[in-house]
Design a protein around this ligand. Sequence first.
Ligand code: 3H9
Length: 657
Amino acid sequence: MNKVITLDNPPVNALSFAYSEKILKEIEAAEKDPSVTSVTITGANGYFSAGVDVNDFAKEWDPSGTTVRDIIEAIERSQKVYIAAIDGVALGGALELALACDRRVATPRSKLGLPEIKLGLIPGAGGTQRLPRLIGAQEALQMMLKGETVTAERALELGLIDEIVDAGATATDGALKKRRLSELKVQLPATAQAFALPYIIAQAHKTVPPEESGGLAAHKLIDAVQAAFELPFPRGIAREYRLFDELVGSAPSLALRHLFFAERELSKIPNLPPADPLDIKSAGVVGGGTMGTGIAITFANAGIPVTVVEPSAEQVAKARQTIFGMFMHQVKRGRLTQEEAWKRGQSIEFSDDYAALANCDLVIEAVFENMAVKKEVFAKLDGVVKPGAILASNTSTLDIDEIASVTKRPEQFLGLHFFAPANIMKLLEIVRGKATSAQTLATAFKLAKQLRKVAVLSANAFGFIGNRMFFEYTREAVALAEEGVPPARIDAAMKKFGMAMGPFATFDLSGIDVFWHVAQGRPDLNLARTPILDRLYEQKRLGQKTGKGFYKYAEGSREAIRDEEIEKLFAQLAKEEGVAQHSDVSDDEIAQRIVGALIKSGEEILRDGVALRPGDIDIVWIYGYGFPPHKGGPMWLLRQAQDSGAVAPPAGGLTYA
Ligand code: 3H9
């Protein structure tokens, strides 16, 4: 007789300590029952299981209690045949459970993966030892290092599952035999020679970042796979358990787990009445510049038809050309097939007439960052677009309520602030105006998910969350440069800290004129220290686009070259302003001052109610500004400093308390 054990622990059948104990008992019962010859493990609630309950890894992680490891060990000892019948997601410890079974089948919609690396961990229930034995060392390493899921179809190709079956098919073949992966040898690529192992391992270590730069778990993962090659199975497992247990308490894993939960909190808005989101079946974009075209592609990529409006036939042609070029680029890079690019391109329409937007469910404005211009656009849109449709501005600094005031539908008005390049960057700031309705907000969050964006709610305040902090961040960088630290050194120190890009390189990429205009618009806020921006603006040193900014660029190149003229200019400004020059600042001090300014501004944003939670701010900086995920975000760093009783850094006036 076949016994079915169903993982049923809503919402995602996570294998918590308590739930693992329950399943272990069911397995023990099946083991004791002589009429049971095989056991099928399957899942309820539309999932197989999302793996071990991440909440269990809190500081008191105690592997001596019942965990999925005990379930797996019981299956390993058994003489009965175990089948994993996967329908839906099978991740982490759940896939490891499936790997301990003798046979694995999955429905076509299923997704399988070992995503532990994304939490700064490695598979810790035998995955690093069994997966290489099943699908080969190289494929296994790749799958675990990326932490990405594979479809059932790909899993079959890899040999990860034995068969694709229809949903509900749990029938078993009585002739099934035991097939313990622990008894297999790790396979090397067919062409590999005896020397391949050290080579594969050495190569793998080279492809991941250094331990201190976010690569800690990746190196441990490679060590564990090496153990799968070199050690007998039980010793390999013991090595893996030890490496996993060490990683649970590591700083990068704590940071990444914080981000996992912070990301899932984002759409929980306190005191918001429940509301059914609208279904956005078609969208419009006003403006075919960099942002507008990127936004249009984002909709097309998500399968939502979109219409782009520009005021003249000439501008329409240019927008069409930009979008066509962007799709072709993807095709050339091998990221998109020609057919798919064509299909997506066909879902974007162009017009020079606002009337083309009349039936859209949502229209986003992405025109020049100027209040008068935006008001004119929305006054027109409000008259043309069907009642009930949502109107959104992509402004990065302007007052959403003032823009909404020219429409008769402030309840259906909000800010949707995309980050350039809009089709690549994952962050979306959803800006709530004073009249924005609960339904409009719910629709925005649902839409963000469809567009595969990570959406963070911001109140309507200058610069919202990200840019307001970004101004403080660059202001501190400029202050350091005036004190005599070369911009190139400041950028290098910030990259060493882990930022994707230094602040001065970002100025040059975005355009110094952009910052200058924003600073001019709000002199009351004393945004960036403007003297240097004024000088560069006067000298037409606008950044990459003019070949000179805080760096020099060779014709047609984006490679930043240090420019002593800039250092002289900073020295001159310092003299005029009476700022003392000193360059005896360490890289750590540079990062501490700049990140310190960021944290201070984050505290203000929380105090002013612009962001809901510290985690929301961290997500903004990770997804929008290239903050290193393994450091958890600026507010997470503050919390760590507070928890450890760290004192204030020396300069900059920041206190962590
Ligand atoms: C592991 O297995 C270690 C082992 O190797 C070794 C051990 C010894 N735990 O994302 P959603 C919650 S490490 C606890 O919004 P979706 C989530 O917080 C684990 N909770 O839905 C949310 O709760 P709430 C390896 C979890 O449909 C709700 O479920 N596994 C877990 O967009 C819905 O989640 C992973 O890393 C969990 N493991 O996506 C899988 N997973 O409603 C991580 C989810 O209260 N999870 N929740 O906010 C995922 O990738 C996605 O959540 C999943 C669903 C694809 C499952």
